[in-house]
Design a protein around this ligand. Structure first.
Ligand SMILES: [Zn+2]
Length: 228
């Protein structure tokens, strides 16, 4: 099967300017999971649906992840029209999206989110997905930069927003913060956040299990470090 067998076109409406346009979507059958990383990055067998996650309105320049695209407030839409649309230059929509194109699409969504003052959790989610895309590309330094940005924004969201944050309940976000700390080399902070999850005993069994496993991993690392 070719890549195009997994893709189809679908019509969506822009909540900022009312334009209707087509986006490339990934067929359900393509979502075959190969493995999951411990920060919830999913690896798929056939095609990477993450690359098709951002929708862009070529008329006004609004860009967002498909999960949040329709839900922009009137106030935020005004900011897009005021600060993005006048500078927007339409480009041809892509049929096949590779890693580089996906990165620039995610970065456009990040600009839309920042200029229209999206919630910290939305910005965090975008930074995390950019980090994952760099991970797929083997760009470790760039991945770390965006994991750092994601962590900052998740910490802000954790302190300020109500749960769930983009479908994640409090234990899941708490675990994820620990995991981002671990991936960025801050093992003490990682252990603290995993412990919070373990001690409350809340959340899904999967998150509890992940928190326990990663807590043990970090404890081993810390022991090794203090021994050497
Ligand atoms: Zn639009």
């Amino acid at each position: 099967m070719s890549l195009e067998d997994y893709l189809y076109e679908k019509t969506v409406e822009c909540p900022v300017c009312g334009n209707t346009f087509t986006v490339i979507a990934v067929k359900q059958k393509a979502y075959v999971v190969e493995s999951r990383d411990t920060d919830f990055c999913v690896r798929y067998k056939e095609i990477n649906p993450l690359l098709y996650d951002v929708w862009i309105c070529q008329l006004c320049g609004y860009a967002a992840q498909k999960s949040t695209f329709p839900d922009i407030s009137f106030k935020r839409a005004k900011l897009i029209q005021e600060y993005i649309t006048p500078k927007w230059v339409a480009r041809e929509s892509e049929k096949i999206i590779d890693y580089d194109k996906a990165i620039s699409r995610f970065k456009l969504a990040l600009i839309s989110a920042q200029i229209s003052k999206a919630k910290a959790s939305e910005v965090a989610g975008l930074c995390l997905k950019i980090a994952w895309t760099y991970r797929f590309m083997g760009e470790t330094e760039k991945e770390k930069n965006f994991l750092t940005n994601a962590l900052d924004k998740y910490l802000e969201a954790y302190a300020k927003e109500r749960f769930p944050l983009e479908n994640m309940d409090e234990p899941t976000v708490t675990y994820l913060i620990g995991e981002l700390y671990r991936r960025l080399g801050n093992l003490e902070e990682a252990a603290t956040w995993y412990s919070k999850v373990i001690n409350t005993r809340a959340g899904s069994e999967r998150v509890q299990k992940l928190a326990r496993e990663q807590w043990h991993l970090v404890k081993e690392e810390l022991k090794k470090n203090s021994a050497s």
